[in-house]
Design a protein around this ligand. Structure first.
Ligand SMILES: NC(=O)c1ccc[n+]([C@@H]2O[C@H](COP(=O)([O-])OP(=O)(O)OC[C@H]3O[C@@H](n4cnc5c(N)ncnc54)[C@H](O)[C@@H]3O)[C@@H](O)[C@H]2O)c1
Length: 391
């Protein structure tokens, strides 16, 4: 059992510290500020401290365009000259120094010695497990991994890891805190280097390299396959719905029949259950504006970037292309819904809805309308329109 004893309510944290303010630490700093927190930042490199404020000032207008908390202000940033100053009065510390195990362990020993035992100490590390980093700490029960994805101020996911039997309570606390500030945490059940996201990405990277080295294709081909192909749907369907889609009207069960299942029965049951959960989720049955903010992150950012870099016509073209790929885009006064292959309807996040609404006159009245989702009467699982899968 965890020995972590929380003192502060994770939903009303006021001050956090960011130690190391490069790409990731700077991103965390900007994000926490955008959520109305006081941020005390420290980096030993003087030029980095100067750069931090300039970087945040540069991205602030974009953050403002997205979702600033009412109390958010750059004035809540205190750039500190010493680590002690940065730790003064904070309830949560996000460490983001370079990926060096010895350096991070030494820093955690220092953070442990200089903060009270209720302060959660989180690392942004991309691979190390918390047990390793807490080996010199007197209070390891508050040491956790909180691994973000760059750009940290935009991508909502944070992977959380505890030291098994020690910092589980701190991870629970951090989960509540991160949810309260708008992040989407996922907790791993046990420690593993590289966590989930990086391990999945590594599989793609390794296979792409093999295909290129063995002369099957170029990296440009790989990119096109992802960007114009399965990446489009995977971004908001994840893997379980991807499987479900692959089974046509029979859904995932048909997929199992067609391709078999090479893993354990437990993993297969987990996959089935995940498909079911997705089908039963409120977003599936009863869409609400802004409900699926994370799910749509990649298309959202692609859309924002396209509009910013190449203007409105490029965004319209992109939407038309997605429509041809089977994503039906409809909109009304309140929201823009996206149906992919008639199986999944995803609501745009509020902020992009606003963006679209503002320029509504330039959008075509209706891109296309496809018949609604087919739902298996026994399982309640929705499946896709078959012709699309052949496209
Ligand atoms: N870059 C990514 O895409 C990414 C994504 C997720 C997690 N991470 C992880 O985040 C961490 C930071 O990565 P980054 O890309 O921001 O690196 P970075 O090199 O951009 O920044 C590291 C910062 O740490 C500072 N630093 C070095 N030693 C320090 C110390 N002892 N105390 C305080 N600050 C110190 C450096 O001056 C620098 O500003 C790493 O653990 C990395 O694995 C990186």
């Amino acid at each position: 059992m965890s020995g972590y004893i929380p003192v502060h309510d994770p939903r009303s944290i006021e001050s956090v510290a960011c130690i190391g303010t490069g790409t990731i630490g700077g991103g965390w700093t900007a994000y926490f500020l955008s959520q109305g927190l006081n941020v005390r930042a420290f980096d030993p490199a003087p030029q980095q401290r100067v750069r931090l404020r300039a970087n945040i000032e540069a991205i602030w207008p974009r953050l403002a365009q997205l979702d600033l908390a009412q109390s958010a202000s750059i004035d809540r940033l205190v750039i500190c000259e010493t680590i002690e100053e940065a730790l003064d009065g904070v309830s949560y510390v996000q460490e983001s120094i370079i990926e060096d195990k010895a350096l991070k362990s030494a820093l955690f020993a220092e953070l442990d010695a200089k903060t009270s035992a209720d302060v959660v100490l989180a690392t942004s590390s991309s691979q190390f497990i918390p047990s390793d980093l807490a080996s010199n700490c007197q209070f390891p029960e508050r040491v956790i991994v909180a691994h973000p994805f760059a750009p940290t101020y935009l991508i909502p996911l944070v992977e959380l890891l505890a030291i098994p039997g020690k910092s589980d309570g701190a991870v629970q606390w951090a989960r509540e805190f991160l949810i309260a500030v708008g992040k989407k945490p996922v907790m791993l059940k046990k420690e593993i280097n590289g966590y989930i996201g990086n391990r999945l990405q590594k599989a793609y990277v390794d296979e792409a390299r093999r295909l290129v080295e063995e002369g099957y294709c170029t990296y440009q081909d790989v990119d096109e396959v992802i960007v114009n192909g399965f990446g489009v749907r995977m971004a908001f369907m994840g893997l379980s719905q991807y499987y479900n889609l692959g089974g046509g009207l029979g859904g995932i069960e048909h997929c199992f029949k067609l391709f078999g299942w090479k893993g354990t029965r437990e993993a297969q049951e987990d996959l089935r259950a995940t498909v079911q959960k997705f089908a039963q989720a409120s977003r599936w049955k009863n869409l609400k504006n802004g409900e699926t903010r994370t799910s749509f992150v990649s298309l959202r950012h692609a859309a924002l970037n396209l509009k910013r870099k190449h203007g409105r016509p490029a965004l319209d073209n992109c939407l038309r292309r997605h429509t041809n790929n089977g994503i039906t885009i409809q909109w009304n006064k309140m929201s823009i819904d996206v149906s992919i292959t008639c199986a999944v309807r995803v609501t745009y996040p509020r902020r992009i809805t606003r963006l679209f609404r503002r320029s509504r006159r330039q959008l075509p009245k209706q891109v296309s309308r496809r018949p609604s989702m087919v739902r298996d009467p026994n399982t309640g699982v929705g499946t896709h329109n078959v012709d699309l899968y052949g496209e």
